[in-house]
Design a protein around this ligand. Structure first.
Ligand SMILES: [Zn+2]
Length: 327
């Protein structure tokens, strides 16, 4: 069976050829803007901004880990046909950097949502080698600024629809302010010493900063990093001394380390439960409330607040919100 010795070279060559073919056929199909979004959170944001004025294809679905994601054969086709590619950036899509560079060299617009954030807005964690934490969607006020940046860039590229993009992004901002308030109120109902969030990897630092929750991931800000026995021991100490009742698994990351933590705490006579499954780097199933950004962050906060003993009733998602991204 033939194998490709160098996967990157293959992607680059295929992309170059397909872009050439797309450019040759471009004049006939110049109607709607063709947009490719990387993660589900980006796809949902962009779909809400453009409505039916552009076609949006999202590469990463439910449960997919963006840190480890590699471009597939069908992605190469979609990327070559795209007028605009919209990514989270900040190296979240760690293995797509070469593809973005290639697309830019070919004159494609690649928008990175995180590019508009200032150094004071960005978080840096230990062991991130100077790179900012890319999990910026975990704070709806920060994500709102990212959406405004994406809408601005799209308006420059597609001025005919600029007023619609600006109106849609303003409505999104209002929706996220409401979600932000509901989350803050629910977190405030958790006993302060129990406002501790332990998850499989360090995806919730922006959430923690926004809502005053101490956050620790067993793995670092990328799932490519390794966690050691010392990390597990340190976390068990934290859970026991603070009498934290629950830890959380994530839908896009293996639960192996979290289960080791629960076992370790039990060995020290501290009973801890899995408080639920959080949507960290991927949203839930399409067509459900947690398949949208707003539903996802509210669902996460609901899971966290309920497991830590707070009052989560304000965060119950209404059926209307699950239809939010189909407008
Ligand atoms: Zn992550």
């Amino acid at each position: 069976m033939a194998t490709f010795a160098n996967g990157r070279a293959w992607v680059t060559a295929a992309l170059a050829l397909l872009i050439l073919i797309a450019q040759l056929g471009w004049q006939q199909s110049a109607a709607k803007l063709q947009i490719v979004a990387t993660t589900g959170m980006i796809g949902d944001m962009v779909q809400r901004i453009v409505g039916d004025r552009a076609d949006v294809t999202t590469l990463m679905g439910e449960g997919v880990d963006p840190h480890l994601y590699k471009v597939t054969v069908s992605d190469v086709r979609a990327l070559a046909d795209a007028d605009v590619v919209i990514a989270n950036g900040l190296m979240l899509e760690g293995r797509m950097g070469d593809v973005f560079a290639k697309l830019r060299r070919r004159g494609r617009l690649v928008i990175e949502a995180g590019a508009s954030l200032t150094q004071t807005q960005l978080l840096h964690s230990d062991g991130s080698h100077g790179h900012p934490d890319p999990h910026i969607w975990m704070d709806p006020t920060i994500w709102s600024q990212c959406a405004a940046h994406v809408a601005d860039e799209l308006s420059v590229r597609d001025p005919a629809n600029a007023s619609l993009y600006r109106a849609n992004v303003a409505a999104l901002g209002r929706e996220w302010i409401d979600a932000d308030r509901a989350i803050a109120q629910a977190i405030a109902s958790v006993e302060p010493k129990r406002r501790v969030l332990v998850t499989a990897h360090d995806a919730f630092a922006y959430f923690g900063r926004r809502y005053g929750v101490e956050v620790t991931g067993i793995q670092g800000i990328s799932t490519e990093s390794e966690s050691g026995l010392d990390d597990i021991r340190r976390l068990i100490d934290l859970l026991v001394t603070r009498n934290v009742p629950a830890v959380f698994v994530e839908t896009s990351v293996s639960d192996k380390n979290v289960l080791a933590l629960v076992e370790g705490a039990r060995a020290r006579d501290h009973t801890i439960i899995i408080g639920g499954s959080l949507y960290s780097d991927a949203m839930g199933e399409a067509g459900t409330p947690q398949g949208t950004y707003t539903g996802m962050i509210k669902k996460n906060a609901h899971t966290i607040v309920a497991a830590l003993g707070g009052d989560a009733h304000r965060l119950t998602t209404s059926p209307a919100e699950s239809e939010g991204n189909t407008k």
